[in-house]
Ligand binder design. Structure first.
Ligand code: HEC
Ligand code: HEC
Length: 372
């Protein structure tokens, strides 16, 4: 994983006795998962989301332990040292960090809410660690909040050059227009009538959320739909004028020529896509967000294949790194953010140039991200 301080390598957690966790007792395992302390006393970097896993129930930690010890085949492979410079890699400040930011108690059911809501809250805050990507971080890189007691919880955040949008009730930039069924479909299939998972969310869907049971996915949707909006927004009203103008003379609107030439074949002149396979670009929170990182990254680099429970979907967003200049990408993204009734800040060529460099597939940093 690339971090601002240098690369961190995730460790061998197969039950190999020498290079993995084969010698861990249940208590050692619980301490590592819930408190971020390895068997030898080493503090783990919080890139391992133990501040979320601290909320796991004792029964779930024991079930995980049995799974690792009994069903994961041991692999002999030594861990790699982190690339964090020596002076910064002293791990003792992590003990202070933990004292300040990491909770230590299992999730406690909140009174006044039913079992389904509480199950959803447990999955989102604990094992799902949704906040690790979706909650903004504070001055110590800690998640600003770890539960719904704060309006910053799941309020949207940038991580590894992707922007994970708000999962709260805003009608433009959050899940305000999504039904519970829309959320369930997105988590289990990776797409719905509004959008498609890409970037780091595609990894979350491929490896985790597509395996959720119906009732757990419903619990998560129930919980997310209960998080109130933190700003009052006006829902997008579809406006067909852009479509008519595009058909008549694409180049008459800045960015319109690039859209007609490079994007319309899949997303449509009307931007309604062909959902759930080709996402719509109208009223889509990813398109409307104030932070355009995901839009730029996706347009430059395309998306990894979506594999809902092992079945690949047939359509991909291609990469435009070679075909389009920084100005072209800034222009077409500014165009889609302000056409068909959408409305969002301009994207600048400088923003595109920056992400073109930091997400360059030939640079070390990206190779590290790809390994994950
Ligand atoms: C070959 C078909 C194709 C073309 C051409 C194409 N896209 Fe996409 N696009 C997709 C697919 C499929 C997705 C869904 C994400 C994925 O699965 O990769 C997507 C996703 C997106 C998204 C994210 C929306 C969401 O909710 O997933 C945006 C924004 C986007 N495309 C913009 C563009 C722009 C801008 C262009 C032109 C520069 C473009 N696309 C060209 C197929 C295409
Ligand atoms: C590794 C980082 C990461 C984790 C963990 C993660 N997400 Fe995401 N999520 C993202 C990113 C980045 C996006 C934006 C790209 C997209 O729309 O697919 C996103 C998008 C979404 C969207 C679509 C929002 C929209 O407005 O289009 C939903 C819903 C969502 N995530 C729910 C969840 C839930 C629920 C969890 C926990 C079970 C979770 N995510 C965990 C990174 C993550």
């Amino acid at each position: 994983m690339g971090t601002p301080l240098g690369a961190i390598y995730s460790t061998n957690i197969t039950p190999d006795s020498q290079t993995g966790i084969g010698s861990y007792t249940l208590a050692d395992f619980a301490r590592a998962v819930r408190q971020g302390i390895a068997k030898d006393g080493r503090h783990l970097y919080p890139a391992m989301p133990y501040p979320s896993y601290s909320k796991l129930s004792t029964a779930d930690v024991a079930a995980l332990y049995r799974f690792f010890m009994k069903q994961v085949p041991p692999v002999r492979q030594a861990n790699l040292p982190s690339g964090i410079p020596k002076l910064l890699s002293f791990r003792w400040p992590l003990a202070i960090w933990n004292y300040l930011y990491a909770p230590s108690a299992s999730y406690v059911a909140k009174p006044g809410h039913d079992a389904r809501w509480n199950r959803g809250a447990y999955l989102v805050q604990g094992p799902g660690h949704c906040g690790a990507c979706h909650t903004p971080r504070g001055i110590g890189m800690e998640e600003k909040s770890l539960d719904d007691s704060s309006p910053s919880y799941l309020g949207g955040a940038e991580l590894d050059a992707w922007y994970a949008p708000s999962l709260r009730g805003e009608v433009r930039t959050g899940l305000g227009t999504w039904s519970k069924e829309d959320i369930v479909e997105f988590l289990r299939q990776g797409h719905n009538r509004i959008g498609t998972a890409f970037g780091s969310m595609a990894e979350a869907v491929n490896n985790s959320t597509s395996y959720l049971s119906d009732s757990d996915a419903d619990g998560i949707a129930t919980y997310l739909k209960s998080l109130p909006a933190t700003s009052v927004q006006q829902a997008v009203a579809y406006n067909n004028a852009t479509t008519a103008a595009l058909r008549k003379s694409p180049t008459a609107q800045p960015g319109g020529g690039v859209y007609a030439g490079a994007c319309a074949s899949c997303h449509g002149f009307d931007a309604k896509g062909f959902t759930p396979y080709m996402p719509a670009l109208v009223g889509n929170p990813v398109v409307l967000d104030h932070d355009p990182s995901s839009l730029i990254n996706l347009t430059l680099n395309g998306s990894v294949p979506l594999l809902a429970r092992g079945t690949p979907d047939a359509y991909r967003m291609p990469q435009f790194r070679q075909q389009l200049s920084d100005e072209d990408i800034a222009g077409v993204l500014t165009f889609i953010r302000n056409a068909w009734g959408n409305g969002a800040a301009v994207v600048t060529a400088t923003q595109v140039a920056k992400l073109r460099k930091t997400t360059d597939p030939s640079s070390d940093r990206v190779i590290i991200l790809k390994m994950r």
